[in-house]
Write a protein that binds this ligand. Structure first.
Ligand code: C5P
Length: 210
């Protein structure tokens, strides 16, 4: 099978030396890419900036902004059987990027932000993707309810949801504990390393019902 996986944070420029980003380490997405490759699949990883090494045998497209990730995913979907969108894409970006470094003059500074393109939400409606689609959901409350809502709105086959309010798992950590949300049931994957969680997610992804 051919997998496309997004990972990491995005960086949204404010001026030539500053940007908006988040705490995503990229570990979950890189672990998914490694696990899929280990199982013999063809894997394309599209990632925002991280400090991680690309797993051996995995094709790689580095990006910085949400817009670049959107375009890379859109342009690389041909032949993809399973898309796993794991990246922590910035929801907002500065409306414009200053040409020069912003000087500190006034006591306060207002940044005007606008929504970034919703990559997961564009997969079916804009890109016409017909393969298996897996999204991630990081929530701090009502995990199942929000996850199931996302599953339907974004026409996914499965949502991997995690509770980011729990210390030591999820964002910027080595371990995770997730719930796999299907249209008609849920399955809990107990706390484990992201590598072990990734292996289980890939197994579930390859046997998704059509
Ligand atoms: O709605 P929310 O941002 O919580 O959804 C998270 C899921 O959507 C993740 O799978 C993430 O990779 C994806 N996403 C996306 N494009 C965005 C924002 C999130 O693909 N602009």
């Amino acid at each position: 099978m051919k997998f496309l996986i997004t990972a990491g944070p995005t960086r949204e420029p404010i001026d030539p030396v500053r940007y908006l980003t988040n705490r995503s380490s990229g570990r979950m997405g890189y672990a998914l890419a490694g696990a899929a490759r280990h199982d013999g699949h063809e894997v394309l990883l599209i990632s925002g900036p991280t400090t991680l090494d690309v797993p051996p045998g995995v094709d790689f497209i580095p990006v910085e902004t949400a817009q670049q990730m959107y375009e890379a995913v859109r342009d690389m979907l041909r032949g993809v059987d399973v898309a796993i969108l794991c990246a922590a894409v910035a929801d907002y970006r500065p409306v414009s990027c200053a040409d020069q470094k912003i000087k500190k003059n006034a006591d306060t500074l207002v940044l005007e932000l606008e929504r970034t393109p919703d990559i997961l939400g564009s997969m079916r409606s804009e890109f016409g993707f017909t393969g298996k689609l897996i999204g991630f959901a990081a929530e701090t409350q009502n995990i199942i309810e929000y996850g199931r809502d996302k599953l339907q709105r974004k026409q996914c086959d499965m949502i991997v949801a995690n509770d980011v309010s729990q210390p030591g798992i999820g964002f910027d950590s080595r371990e995770n504990a997730v719930v796999l949300i299907y249209p008609d049931h849920e399955e809990y994957l107990e706390r484990d390393t992201k590598e072990h969680i990734a292996m289980q997610i890939i197994e579930h992804a390859t046997i998704l019902p059509s």
